[in-house]
Design a binder for this molecule. Sequence first.
Ligand code: AMP
Ligand code: FE
Ligand code: FE
Ligand code: ZN
Length: 287
Amino acid sequence: MKFADLHLHTHFSDGTFSPEELTGHAQRLGFAALALTDHDSVEGCARMAAACSAAGIEFIIGTELTAEYNDTELHILGYFLDAQNPRLLVELARFQSVRQDRIREMVARLNGLNIPLEAETVFALANCESPGRPHVARAMVKAGLVKSLDEAFERYLKKNRPAWVPKAKMSALEGIGLIHQAGGLAVMAHPGLNRTDEIIPALVDAGLDGIECFHTKHSAAQSGRYLEMAGKFNLLVTGGSDCHGFSKGKPLIGNVKLPYEHVERLKAKVESRKPAANPPSAIRNPQ
Ligand code: AMP
Ligand code: FE
Ligand code: FE
Ligand code: ZN
């Protein structure tokens, strides 16, 4: 049976694997299709596409947008995007610049606590357009300012700790619109992690296409619950490991093996949205 992982991160956001390493792991595990969903970025997709092509694996361009609805954070996955779409690139660049400003602010707060770290050190280590707190934590470990990533988060970077800075997020409805205008499908990521069930009907009204029923952190009961919701709201079903390499303990790729039939359904929906190449002659030549 063919299977897919539609939720993966590389070092182009907060993962540790390169696109090539990630593809290598997927190939050994027998995956037929993969989507790269780095946070607020499509930067790694070109390399991932090339690696997958060489490995005989189908590749789906993706991203994971950091969004909010009524002050609740949620993540929206975008699939089959046009990675050259101008509005998508402008909006991603805007949120990437917000992330970079946030890192400068976190570093300033650390400096205020007499912790000597420079933003440029974090950016050099992150070496990607979409840096985040894990890069600050890694830079602190590397500079010997803390002993572990956990210590960096627990003492300084966690919510309400002294160097924590809230992150500006895209509205969920705008996120869905952004993905659609770039030709993609919008899918609610890991609903079991965000306590967002009551938000789902509003997102469906805004055009949500799918829901991530299968995720490393979903229990069997949660997957069942979201499969039921997918049926109720006529949503496509997706799933993925949310592998971040070694960022969060051990690599998670292989935890979720989404049956390939779900990929086929996603593709059918994308195709059905595309404007017909040749409009019917009756419309071209009205009487
Ligand atoms: P950000 O998007 O910049 O707020 O960073 C969020 C990332 O930080 C997520 O990928 C989390 O997994 C990671 N993170 C949050 N808490 C911790 C922690 N205690 N240890 C390691 N990583 C963490
Ligand atoms: Fe992440
Ligand atoms: Fe997420
Ligand atoms: Zn993710």
